[in-house]
Design a protein around this ligand. Structure first.
Ligand code: FBP
Length: 299
């Protein structure tokens, strides 16, 4: 059994449309056929605002810049909110890279401790745009968690019925969690597990830190090695039966990002979803970085 068949075997209970989309995303771009994924997300303008996101690289204010970069540099898929995808639908590259409609979003123009995401589009729109799936963010830890899940559970059900992939960005956030707790190993593992239980085909989380949040109740040794922590969170989401991609996070030095991605790969991660580290560099540096990421996953 090759890598792709092995991954597909974990989804054999899904309908043919979903299995075809999994095949499609795993067979697109520079990582085609490797069993790895490299996804370009561009919803930071919604989450953090356009200036926080794009001012370091002026061309990044233009949606076409991101889409053409993603389509021409070997990404497996491209994900963005509805208005963004509509605005690039006239691109000559439209249809040349699988799309994931980011179907809910949040903004930073509030300072509450319990964030929530709101649904901003529809499945019909995802189908009309030719998307292979939808992307949903959840915030385990927020007091709005229950409300958010009530809002998205039918969407997940209907997306699957329509043969679309469901990708869940699972970000622990809320009043009980300080910022360093959001990436604690047990918290990230918990978030990954919740995403699997909600029916995610692809789970997106942040790389976990060494910290253990609930060290009173959980007997867990500190794991110093990132690769071993990655293995732990993968095990937490159905013993590795779900594809798991890790976010790139804030822009950092290339060598630091590549080292982190090497650990993700060695720990068994499916891949990376990298936005700011790509578009907050100029196009030439971004392409160089993407090639280096691809090399890590291909080796
Ligand atoms: P990045 O590579 O830019 O971190 O993108 C991944 C992502 O999940 C985006 O989809 C989202 O907008 C952003 O991170 C959220 O960032 P933060 O964790 O700082 O709120």
């Amino acid at each position: 059994m090759n890598k792709i068949e092995e991954i597909l075997s974990h989804y054999s209970a899904e309908n043919p449309g979903i299995r075809a989309k999994i095949w499609q995303i795993l067979n697109h771009g520079a990582l085609s056929g490797t069993g790895h994924l490299l996804i370009y997300p561009i919803d930071q303008g919604f989450e953090h605002g356009p200036d926080c996101s794009f001012q370091m690289n002026e061309p990044a204010y233009d949606p076409h810049y991101h889409f053409d970069l993603a389509a021409s540099s070997g990404f497996s898929a491209f994900s963005a909110p509805v208005g963004f995808l509509e605005s690039i639908a006239n691109s000559q590259n439209f249809g040349k890279i699988p799309l994931i409609l980011k179907i809910n979003s949040a903004n930073s123009l509030f300072n509450g401790k319990n964030p929530r995401q709101v649904v901003t589009s529809t499945l019909q729109k995802a189908l009309q745009l030719g998307c292979i799936g939808i992307g949903i963010t959840i915030y385990p830890g927020s007091s709005y968690f229950d409300e958010m899940i009530s809002e998205i559970k039918d969407l997940i059900f209907e997306a699957k019925n329509a043969g679309l992939l469901v990708m869940i960005w699972s970000y622990p956030r809320g009043e009980k969690l300080k910022s360093e707790d959001e990436t604690a190993l047990d918290v990230v593992a918990y978030a990954a597990h919740i995403a699997a239980l909600l029916g995610a085909h692809i789970i997106k989380i942040k790389p976990p830190s060494e910290k253990i949040f609930d060290n009173k109740n959980i007997e867990m040794k500190k794991i110093e090695d990132l690769q071993e922590r990655i293995k732990h969170v993968i095990k937490s989401a159905f013993a590795g039966r779900r594809m798991m991609v890790f976010s790139g996070g804030k822009s950092k030095f290339k060598d630091d990002l590549i080292k982190e991605i090497q650990a993700i790969k060695d720990g068994g991660g499916t891949g990376s979803i990298v936005g700011r580290n790509v578009f907050q560099r100029n196009a030439e540096d971004a392409k160089f970085l993407i090639e280096s990421i691809v090399d890590v996953y291909k080796k």
